[in-house]
Each structure stands twice: as structure tokens, then as C-alpha cells.
Design a protein around this ligand. Structure first.
Ligand code: HEM
Length: 262
């Protein structure tokens, strides 16, 4: 498995690049938080079109969440642990393939619908920047490359087992002892997928994807765009009493004790 002697290219790609990516993600996120909090948003286009968004967005988000959970299990849990509890390699792969295929295809279907909506709904397309387009290329590329690795491993049995190559390399990064040889020994499809994933992480803080790092978490469950509704109990029609400054928007974190409820 480890008969590949890593060259300088391997050292740069699998020993240095991951730390460059980590530095850019952490540094970029701090920078964005300090200088662009008003831009910390999905730049929702719900006002322009909501019918397709209501289908595409949950399909994509639930799919990508399941893909994320699959990556955590596949990359973080060592093979020796699943062996120890009696899960054979065959059982593991049938499970991973079944759940991974549904999650991956769901993610792809969701993003295809969202991009189709973006391209065909005039105002949504007009609101799409070059930054968005670049991000979509990296996002769709990472998803397609991931699905391709899974498909190639199913049909080509000579491909190395990622739980003996990619996963040990992934874990070794976090203990600051990158196992370059492990990743160098993995198949080309894994290398392409991982590089594509790293490229996506590099641009993450500088794109709309930054919304995934949002707290408080109720943000994920609130409407795409927060409207201030008219309060029928206070007379309903007409405008709210004039008051200088911004109105609280009525989301739970705004309603801390001592905050005036409206
Ligand atoms: C450095 C980061 C990453 C590593 C090490 C990694 C590793 C892997 C591996 C080893 C597989 C094969 C799983 C199998 O054959 O069962 C895989 C599949 C996949 N990956 Fe990644 N990946 C990374 C980033 C990403 C990113 C950023 C995305 C999407 C935005 C992504 C989406 C997918 C998809 C859709 C699959 C197909 C299987 C599934 O649906 O879970 N990956 N990845």
C-alpha cells in the first residue's frame, strides 16, 4: 500500500498545502468578520423567486449535511475501530455506499436545481456576481469529483482503499505530523477530489458560503429573509410609531431579558 516514495510534489501538496488552506480559512474568516459583517450573508434571492428555492435549497442543504456526516465518519473513525466492533470492510462499504450515494445524488440534484433557477430567473441571474459563479464551479466540481471517486472505487477494484490512505493522512494533519506517504499512495481520483475540496475551502470565507459559519444557530431555521410583520394587536394598519433607529426584528436572540419587546 505504501510502496510509493513521496516526491517533492507530494510533500508540497499533502504536507504543506493543507496548512496553507487552514491558515487562509481561519485568517480569512477572522478578516471577513472584522471588516465585512454586513456582507456576512447568503445574499438571499428569495424576494425574486421562492417556488424553486423552497425545493432546491432544503434538498441541497440536507444532502450536503449528510455528505458532511459521511466524511466525518469515513475520515475520522479509524478502520481498526470499526474492525474491532465487528463491522467488516464489506459491511462498512455497503453502508457507506448506500447512504453516501443517496446523500451525494441529493446534493447534486439540489445544486443543479438552484443553479438552473439562478440562470433562468432574470432578477436572480442579474444578482449573481463573478464571485458567485467561481464559487459554484468549485462547489459543483468538488461534488462531482467526490461522486466520481465513489463510482470509480465501485467499478475498479484495483483502486486503493481510502480508509488506508486518505483517512490516515486526513487525521495526521490535525496532529501536525502529515502522513504524506499515505496520501501519495491513494488513487488519482481521490487526489483530484481532495485538491478540489481544498480549493473550495480556500475561497470559502470570501464567498456567500461564509453563511455556513454563522452563529447563533437559529439563523439556519429562520426565513431566508427576515421581514418585520405588522403587529395587529397595536392597531394593525398604518405605520408603527415613529422611533429613531432600527427596530428589533423579533428573532429569539433579540429578545433577551431587558430588551424591549415590540
Ligand atoms: C479535504 C477535504 C475532503 C476529503 C479528504 C474528502 C474525501 C472523500 C473521500 C475519501 C470520498 C470517497 C468516499 C467513498 O468512496 O465512499 C469522498 C466522497 C465524496 N465527497 Fe469528499 N472529501 C473532501 C471534501 C469534499 C467537499 C468539500 C465536498 C463537497 C462540497 C465533498 C463531496 C463529496 C461527495 C459528494 C462524495 C461522494 C460520496 C458521498 O456522497 O458522500 N468532499 N470524499
Amino acid at each position: 500500500m505504501r510502496d510509493v516514495e513521496p516526491g517533492i510534489g507530494d510533500i508540497l501538496l499533502w504536507g504543506v498545502l493543507p496548512y496553507v488552506v487552514l491558515a487562509v480559512v481561519i485568517g480569512g474568516t477572522i478578516w471577513r468578520y472584522r471588516y465585512d459583517q454586513f456582507g456576512w450573508t447568503t445574499r438571499s434571492s428569495q424576494l425574486y423567486e421562492s417556488r424553486l428555492l423552497r425545493i432546491g435549497s432544503p434538498v441541497f442543504h440536507f444532502g450536503i449535511l449528510a455528505v458532511l456526516v459521511g466524511h466525518i465518519v469515513g475520515l475520522v473513525i479509524p478502520k481498526s475501530w470499526t474492525d474491532a466492533v465487528g463491522i467488516t470492510e464489506g459491511m462498512y462499504h455497503v453502508m457507506a455506499l448506500g447512504i453516501g450515494a443517496v446523500a451525494g445524488i441529493g446534493t447534486l440534484a439540489g445544486i443543479v436545481l438552484l443553479i438552473w433557477r439562478r440562470r433562468t430567473t432574470g432578477p436572480v441571474f442579474m444578482a449573481t456576481t463573478a464571485n458567485d459563479k467561481f464559487m459554484y464551479v468549485l462547489l459543483v466540481g468538488a461534488i462531482l469529483a467526490g461522486l466520481a471517486t465513489t463510482a470509480i472505487s465501485v467499478f475498479d477494484h484495483s483502486v486503493t482503499n481510502y480508509r488506508e490512505t486518505v483517512s490516515p493522512w486526513f487525521r495526521s494533519i490535525w496532529i501536525l505530523q502529515p502522513d504524506v506517504a499515505a496520501m501519495a499512495a491513494s488513487g488519482l481520483s481521490f487526489k483530484v477530489h481532495v485538491l478540489w475540496g481544498l480549493a473550495l475551502f480556500m475561497v470559502w470565507p470570501f464567498t456567500r458560503l461564509v453563511h455556513a459559519f454563522t452563529a447563533p444557530l437559529h439563523y439556519f431555521f429562520r426565513p431566508y429573509i427576515v421581514y418585520r410583520s405588522r403587529d395587529a394587536r397595536r392597531g394593525g394598519h398604518g405605520s408603527t410609531p415613529t422611533r429613531r433607529g432600527w427596530d428589533p426584528i423579533g428573532t429569539p436572540d433579540r429578545e433577551r431579558p431587558g430588551t424591549r419587546r415590540r
